[in-house]
Design a protein around this ligand. Structure first.
Ligand SMILES: NC(=O)c1ccc[n+]([C@@H]2O[C@H](COP(=O)([O-])OP(=O)(O)OC[C@H]3O[C@@H](n4cnc5c(N)ncnc54)[C@H](OP(=O)(O)O)[C@@H]3O)[C@@H](O)[C@H]2O)c1
Length: 294
């Protein structure tokens, strides 16, 4: 293998996702090399040492960063002819970003509704199916490793907000600001609320929603009561899903594993393959600029 075929990769962070990416890259090396036509080698692993932007292409799973800075990051990537990919930041292993940018790139996206946080969906599922109250379901989720010691980002809706903001900013071409987006979580949901809705043929779910039909795109996160016939009401446990309404497509629902080392590594490595495969073409993703908000 000549050195011109080697592509040096820096890994920033070596926790759940970083370790899974490293392991999966080694385990699937033959396949990845065949698909890239080059050899990605992890040249450096940095922890708590964020490298300065040196014009390198970036693949990230960091939803908070992308949600807050998508417009700026896109501008930088385009100016430096570097690639920027973040498939893992929304729905981890579920292909969402690529379908929005490519397969649905010719569609007018009108609405999106998602169950984009596995922790809260798991808690609501346990409350409904086993009759455990919120505090107990949260404690169990923490013991199972589904919830962080500080569960604020999940339970109060911010994690889901980051993800829907990324999807909506990308499709609308406008950076949507966090502060302008109403967000609430599941802390106040009681067993009585859940049972009452079930009796009416409806199910309580934490829904991240984007409406792109008005003059300006709007995004909200909060608990909604969905008819049992709605595709999102059937999404249980840690599974995630995004329902999309678009012209001329109609409706489509993407679902699958929305968290975990393996699922997230799958999306990161998919992005890495694309970056390496198209490395001579400069910035190809995202394919259009994201304007700053007014
Ligand atoms: N876990 C998932 O299922 C999942 C799914 C989708 C997206 N994500 C996103 O992926 C990212 C990583 O998640 P994770 O679950 O792997 O977290 P994690 O297990 O807490 O690991 C984070 C790693 O990043 C390191 N780090 C922190 N600040 C850094 C910096 N400024 N520069 C370089 N490294 C730094 C940490 O080092 P120290 O330990 O020394 O602090 C640690 O090695 C997060 O942004 C998360 O939102 C995670």
């Amino acid at each position: 293998m000549s050195s011109s075929q080697l592509i040096r990769v820096g890994l920033l962070g070596f926790g759940t996702v970083g370790k899974a990416v490293h392991q999966s890259l080694e385990e699937n090396r033959d396949l990845i090399e065949a698909r890239c036509g080059r050899t990605p080698v992890i040249a450096q692993i940095a922890v708590n040492d964020l490298s300065k932007d040196r014009g390198a292409s970036v693949v990230t799973a960091n939803k908070e960063l992308v949600a807050k800075k998508l417009s700026r990051l896109t501008e930088l990537a385009m100016a430096r002819k570097a690639d920027l990919r973040f498939e893992a930041a929304v729905g981890a292993g579920i292909p969402i970003i690529q379908p929005l940018m490519h397969e649905l790139g010719g569609c007018r996206i009108k609405k999106m509704k998602g169950i984009l946080n596995g922790t809260t969906n798991h808690i609501l599922t346990e409350m409904r199916t086993r009759g455990v109250p919120f505090d107990e379901a949260l404690e169990e989720a923490q013991m199972l490793g589904y919830a962080e010691a500080d569960p604020t980002s999940d339970v109060d809706g911010f994690d889901a907000l980051y993800k829907i903001i990324i999807a909506a900013s990308l499709t609308s071409g406008t950076q949507i600001e966090l502060d302008a987006s109403p967000c609430s979580g599941i802390r106040d949901i009681s067993l009585a609320d859940i049972n009452h809705e079930e009796g009416l043929g409806r199910r309580l779910k934490l829904i991240a929603e984007a409406d792109l039909t008005g003059d300006a795109p709007s995004v909200t996160v909060g608990v909604q009561s969905l008819l049992h016939s709605h595709p999102l009401s059937q999404i249980e446990g840690t599974e995630n899903a995004l329902w999309i309404e678009a012209d001329p497509l109609g409706e489509v629902t993407l679902s699958g594993p929305g968290a975990g080392g393996g699922a997230t590594a799958s999306a990161v490595l998919g992005d890495l393959v694309e970056v390496v495969r198209t490395i001579d073409q400069g910035c190809v993703s995202p394919p259009w600029p994201i304007a700053p908000s007014f």
